[in-house]
Design a binder for this molecule. Structure first.
Ligand code: HEM
Length: 405
């Protein structure tokens, strides 16, 4: 297509500020997708709506957003800014690679698979204690606890520190995304304390090496010799924070969908090991937690007849990509038996920044769902199904279940 025939962003539909009554975010994106392959938000972000647009994330025509996301919110210094400045997630090029490498090396699939028996044991214990106890707060008692306890275990957090460690996670997980101005003082305070704690933890492994992940990580960073103390510490904080709200929300939404589809739940109960992987994959397709992956255009980019100019922020909508009828048959139907799931699940992103905790997240979700199906196949959703709030990382609302045999 020649430049003359390219449409400008002004021609793309604008997303409404609010959903209409009874409309879901998935309905909204379906309508937008039918109008055009891209849309715009009120703050000028370009939304790429097609599954094939995920390729923009891996293309050299885009880069990750760095500290701009925080500066746009008026945050120019302090712990939240420091975290953003030093985390692998918000870095590009060689800086990203040097920060990611030691984590990727030590946080490998092999290590995470070795964690499985421990994860299974923890999941089973959490369920056993609650069978027949009536409705429980699944979000608070299970889905928040599990990722926090497992990462505490991986990092070798002393038992007596676990409660304060869990509190810090809850207080600071929002650092990754948009921050409500009123919440900022509390987040800054807790994040400052959390940073100091992780610094001490790393120092203790330098002094007293152990046979664990953190010691391996300290060794890997020392061998590489190209990260400063702030960067070394921040990658550990990044693992903790990036893995908490995401795993929690996903676990809830997958269980919720399964319990709303009793036939599919029965199929899962009958073949837990055979289906646990696809249950998680389909649940993450149907209700992705990371709504969109934003990037900056490094040059003019032509997307399906539209010209997105250099410097524009493009958010690849995972919500929309996961319901794209070009890829998924009957995309608005939850179906754990579908055969069109993609090899690389975009719920975990793509390219250089693809989730480094994927193996751990999968193990936690698969083992928790399996434990429920095995020990409490009569589990029921009590009250309304949970809903995800709008946002880059969508926060899960209340969810009650009763575990029954
Ligand atoms: C269901 C749970 C999870 C989901 C849906 C998820 C999703 C994602 C996505 C979409 C990205 C890419 C973001 C981008 O490209 O801008 C990402 C990156 C990342 N995730 Fe996850 N994640 C999950 C669990 C975890 C866990 C358990 C950990 C660690 C324990 C973790 C650590 C990270 C880190 C450190 C990055 C940054 C990687 C980089 O920049 O190179 N995540 N995740």
């Amino acid at each position: 297509m020649t430049t003359e025939t390219l449409k400008s962003l002004d021609d793309a539909p604008i997303t409404p500020m609010e959903l209409e009554r009874g409309q879901s975010i998935y309905d909204l994106f379906r309508d937008l997708r039918e109008q055009a392959p891209i849309a715009r938000t009120h703050v000028g972000v370009t939304l790429a709506l097609r599954n094939r647009h995920v390729a923009l994330i891996t293309s050299d025509a885009t880069r990750q957003i760095e500290t701009e996301s925080k500066m746009m919110q008026g945050i120019f210094d302090g712990p939240i800014f420091e975290f953003t400045r030093l985390a692998m997630l918000f870095a590009n090029g060689s800086t990203h690679i040097k920060r990611r490498m030691p984590v990727a090396r030590t946080f490998a699939f092999k290590l995470m698979d070795a964690m499985r028996p421990k994860i299974r044991e923890m999941a089973e214990q959490m369920i056993r204690e609650r069978i027949g106890k009536g409705p429980i707060d699944f979000v608070g008692e299970i889905a928040t606890q599990m990722p926090a306890r497992i990462i505490a275990e991986i990092l070798g957090i002393p038992r007596e520190d676990v409660p304060v460690f869990q509190q810090w996670i809850q207080d600071t997980a929002a650092s990754i995304g948009m921050i409500e101005p009123d919440d900022r003082p509390q987040i800054e305070k807790s994040l400052g304390e959390f940073m100091a704690y992780v610094t001490d933890l790393l120092e203790s492994r330098r002094q007293n090496p152990q046979d664990d992940f953190l010691t391996e990580y300290v060794k890997a960073t020392a061998e590489a010799g190209n990260l400063d103390d702030g960067e070394i510490r921040t990658q550990i904080l990044g693992l903790i924070l990036a893995g908490s709200d995401t795993t929690r929300g996903s676990m809830c939404m997958i269980l919720s969908e399964m319990l709303q589809h009793p036939g599919q739940w029965a199929d899962f109960v009958a073949d837990i090991d055979g289906l646990k992987r696809t249950v998680v994959e389909e649940g993450m397709r149907f209700q992705p937690i990371v709504a969109a992956i934003p990037r900056v255009a490094l040059r003019d980019i032509d997307i399906d007849g539209y010209r997105v100019p250099e410097g524009a922020v493009i958010a690849i909508s995972i919500i929309s990509a996961m319901r794209d009828p070009e890829i998924f048959a009957d995309p608005d139907t939850f179906n754990i038996h579908r055969t069109d799931l993609q090899r690389w699940h975009y719920g975990f992103g793509a390219g250089a920044h693809r989730c480094v905790g994927e193996a751990l997240a999968r193990a936690e979700m698969e083992e928790m769902l399996s434990a429920i199906a095995r020990l409490a196949p009569g589990t029921k959703l009590i009250g309304k199904p949970p809903v995800l709030a709008p946002g880059a990382i969508r926060q899960v609302g209340p969810m009650q279940v009763a575990f029954e045999v």
